[in-house]
Ligand binder design. Structure first.
Ligand code: HEM
Length: 188
């Protein structure tokens, strides 16, 4: 079964139709997706700014991480759960959205950056915990995080715009390829 066929199956399920057509549930889920940004991206940004030596300069990095990470993780879980529900409500259009596809690529890169930071750089925190200017690798991780989460937010916001939707043809060949549009070939 192709991913598109899976999305078509998902879109025909009672739950997807009910969420998509709901008067209040969909706006509540989407508002929660946006509100959780405060917790997740807000706290992640504070740690990134500390890694860049731009704020909380006199607070050891380990203390910033220890206090902010539980809230950041809670916000991330809410973002993912509400995000999956938003996808579930409109699976075909979202799957064929170039903005959603870009967002997924950025999410994977952001996840890789988090993993590399915690598995490689943060393990040596004792060597640089009190430094105002942290090691280059830590500053790079902080900057990459800020850029990637910013890109994820912009891509997420753009999903609502239908400029490049598959059902608005003709689209440039690159858009049809990137979005996975199935465009019927017209035989003369
Ligand atoms: C974890 C990090 C995430 C962040 C920071 C994030 C951020 C955002 C933002 C800012 C929006 C725009 C909301 C609006 O203005 O209406 C959005 C929309 C959306 N997000 Fe996420 N998101 C995340 C994860 C996910 C995940 C994991 C999924 C699905 C698997 C997802 C699916 C969606 C969908 C489908 C929309 C479009 C909703 C609409 O316009 O109707 N998001 N996201």
């Amino acid at each position: 079964m192709s991913l598109l066929a899976f999305c078509e199956w998902l879109a025909a399920t009672e739950g997807s139709i009910a969420l998509h057509e709901s008067m209040y549930m969909y706006p509540i889920v989407e508002s929660t997706h946006v509100l959780a940004l405060m917790l997740f991206v807000g706290f992640a940004t504070l740690l990134d700014l500390r890694l860049l030596g731009l704020t909380l300069k006199r607070v050891p990095v380990s203390q910033v991480a220890e206090r902010l990470l539980p809230w950041t993780i809670a916000g991330f879980v809410v973002m993912v759960v509400t995000g999956v529900l938003l996808f579930y409500a409109i699976p075909i259009r979202t799957y064929q959205s170039i903005f959603f596809r870009a967002k997924v690529i950025f999410l994977i890169l952001a996840g890789l950056n988090v993993w590399l930071f915690h598995s490689r750089i943060f393990t040596r925190i004792a060597e640089w915990d009190h430094d105002i200017i942290t090691p280059r690798a830590a500053r790079r991780a902080g900057l990459a995080s800020l850029v990637l989460w910013g890109a994820i937010i912009v891509a997420g916001r753009m999903i609502a715009y239908n400029w490049f939707d598959c059902d608005i043809q003709p689209q440039p060949a690159f858009v049809n390829w990137a979005a996975g549009c199935v465009v019927p070939t017209v035989t003369p």
